[in-house]
Design a protein around this ligand. Structure first.
Ligand SMILES: [Zn+2]
Length: 333
């Protein structure tokens, strides 16, 4: 049974009244999965990330500052409050992501899901922002590279917001191929198409901005005609999805137009890609603020990640043509 990492500490990170990134997100997801008998997945309590895991990405002073802010319930900024329970929640959100990597590369699982909060993809090396404290996916990728034998990790970020933290952490590295599809122009403002990384990492950041209102046809095309051909050339040992659900058309923050089934379509393509490349595929929860759409879309993701065949091919979208024009300097597209 594929592991679904979760922990009650995710309910104790209190962001205050009216904050979209709230404990009810986890309750909604788990309530929906409960009604579907967890889709046959195995619920596992997420461990706390170890100091070793955290310090591969964040300086010790920053880890201390997350603990201290949490103890004082002091916000990092207006978007990113903390409470007494935030430090443990953040440790387990990072630990759950690492546990997915261990299940996939250590225990031979084909897929896994880390469903904890706070999210992580906006957290930079020493900066909390955008509801994020620790850089969960980046910590898991580093753990896979440093301790689990991976040589190349693909991180696909389909959250509606650009994963500025993950992008910055691997900007000059080719150990991680970072692919982000995000609304543009939009907060946090990073991730234009021509940001392809730097130095050794030039060509290994794939930023695919899309305008407000964009729907499934473009996103599936960007996966099929850009991200997947690049991934076949990159040959990752592990695929991690920064799985945000705020590109759903019902999301109150995002302005894209995905359907619940679109998450199944994207997940099925990553599943088939992983099978083709011999790479397991794990997902780590990021955003998603319409409770029922997020819950249903998580279930769609999990179903597709345990599935099989590649979905039928989609047409090449003009946004894919634009991306290929830029990325053909770095990859055979
Ligand atoms: Zn987001």
């Amino acid at each position: 049974m594929p592991p679904f990492f979760r922990h009650d500490s995710s309910l104790e990170h209190d962001t205050g009244f009216g904050h979209p990134e709230r404990a009810d997100r986890i309750r909604a997801i788990e309530g929906e999965l409960e009604s579907r008998e967890w889709l046959g997945w195995d619920r596992v309590d997420a461990p706390e990330a170890t100091e070793e895991q955290l310090l591969r990405v964040h300086p010790r002073e920053y880890v201390d500052s997350v603990r201290e802010h949490s103890a004082r319930a002091q916000p990092f900024d207006l978007d990113t409050p903390t409470s007494a329970g935030s430090y443990e929640a953040a440790l387990r959100a990072a630990g759950g992501a690492c546990a997915v990597a261990e299940a996939l590369l250590g225990d031979g699982e084909r897929t896994g899901f880390s469903c904890l909060r706070p999210p992580g993809h906006h957290a930079e090396r020493a900066t909390a922002m955008g509801f994020c404290l620790f850089a969960n996916v980046a910590i898991a990728a580093r753990h896979a590279l440093a301790a689990l034998g991976a040589e190349r990790v693909l991180v696909l970020d389909w959250d509606v917001h650009h994963g500025n933290g993950t992008n910055a952490l691997f900007h000059a590295s080719r150990d991680v191929l970072f692919v982000s599809i995000h609304q543009w122009p939009f907060w946090p403002g990073t991730g234009p198409l021509d940001d392809v990384g730097e130095g050794d990492g030039e060509g290994y950041s794939i930023n695919l901005p899309v305008p407000a209102g964009t729907g499934e046809a473009a996103l599936l095309s960007l996966l099929e005609h850009v991200a997947m051909p690049v991934a076949r050339q990159y040959r990752p040992d592990l695929i991690l999805i920064s799985a945000g659900y705020d590109a759903h058309r019902h999301d109150p923050l995002g302005g894209l137009a995905l359907e619940t089934s679109s998450y199944g379509g994207m997940s099925a393509r990553m599943r088939a890609l992983g099978d083709e490349l011999g790479a397991p595929v794990g997902a780590v929860l990021e955003g998603g603020y319409d409770l029922q759409s997020t819950a249903d879309s998580v279930a769609e993701t999990m179903s597709a990640l345990t599935g099989g065949a590649m979905p039928p091919e989609v047409a090449r979208h003009p946004l894919a043509d634009d991306a290929i024009d830029v990325l053909a300097r770095h990859w055979a597209l």
